[in-house]
Design a protein around this ligand. Structure first.
Ligand code: 13P
Length: 246
């Protein structure tokens, strides 16, 4: 009933010719009908890949502002003008290195929704939060803006990605049952805020050292609807194998 999604976050990797080779490779493959395959290349390549038909293209970020004197930024309207359908927001690397707050991330979500773009909203706790057993509390607070301030119609357009920070790029993957427990918890928060229909339909992706050797087990969990993949999405065979893991 929920949409299955595998999204590749290329982060700040690949020069133009490397990105084109990977893109062409992924565009030429065939995927299961019930899986939406998304790639998020660096922003300077988005326009040249925007005619993709086999994969969907996502931005890795967006400005919280609509237009004007914001050097280096790009707006949701610009993304919409090149027909982009997805944008990642609130990735832990932006929360950490660019000091993005929950409020700023919420403003980005609003901008995207206004321009018909689906936010892939990232949340996830640090190792410190998990070790101090605050992981549920931290994720709940990261979600509080979108749970409290969006209409149910707007919320129904969002994809959530749970990415425990300690699992990103470290080779440490969350135990599938621990990941499932967090996904179940997040779905419960959505249920409380927006009711059963929306909570049943919201896709919640897992991210953090997801790779061919663990994707099957992760994706078999009841509340895990796919993955947001970093390192393993830079290799077409690994990425394809993850896509075929449901
Ligand atoms: P890795 O798969 O490299 O751990 O990265 C996950 C991630 O941050 C995807 O957004």
């Amino acid at each position: 009933m929920r949409k299955k999604i595998v999204a590749g976050n290329w982060k700040m990797n690949l020069n133009k010719s490397e990105a084109e080779i990977l893109y062409n490779d992924l565009e030429s493959k065939s995927y299961p009908d019930d899986v939406e395959v998304i790639i998020a290349p660096a922003s300077i390549y988005l326009d040249s890949f925007s005619n993709a038909s086999n994969v969907s293209i996502s931005s890795q970020d967006v400005s919280a502002n609509s237009n004007g004197a914001f050097t280096g930024e790009f707006s949701a309207e610009m993304l919409s003008s090149i027909n982009l359908r997805f944008a990642i927001v609130g990735h832990s690397e932006r929360r950490t290195f660019h000091k993005e707050t929950d409020l700023l991330i919420f403003q980005k979500v609003e901008m995207l929704l206004k321009h018909g773009i689906t936010p892939i909203f990232c949340c996830g706790e640090s190792l410190f939060d998990r070790e101090s057993k605050n992981h549920f509390k931290v994720v709940k607070s990261q979600l509080s803006q979108i749970l409290s301030n969006l209409s149910s119609e707007d919320f129904s357009k969002i994809v959530i990605a749970y990415e425990p920070v300690w699992a990103i790029g470290t080779g440490l993957t969350a135990d599938p049952q621990d990941a499932q427990d967090m996904h179940f918890f997040v779905r419960g928060l959505i249920l409380e805020a927006f009711g059963k229909d929306i909570s049943d339909k919201t896709s919640i992706l897992y991210g953090g050292s997801c790779k061919p050797s663990n994707s099957k087990e992760l994706f078999s969990m009841k509340d895990i609807d796919g993955g947001l993949i970093g390192g393993a999405s830079l290799d077409s065979e690994s990425f394809e194998s993850i896509i075929n893991s449901f």
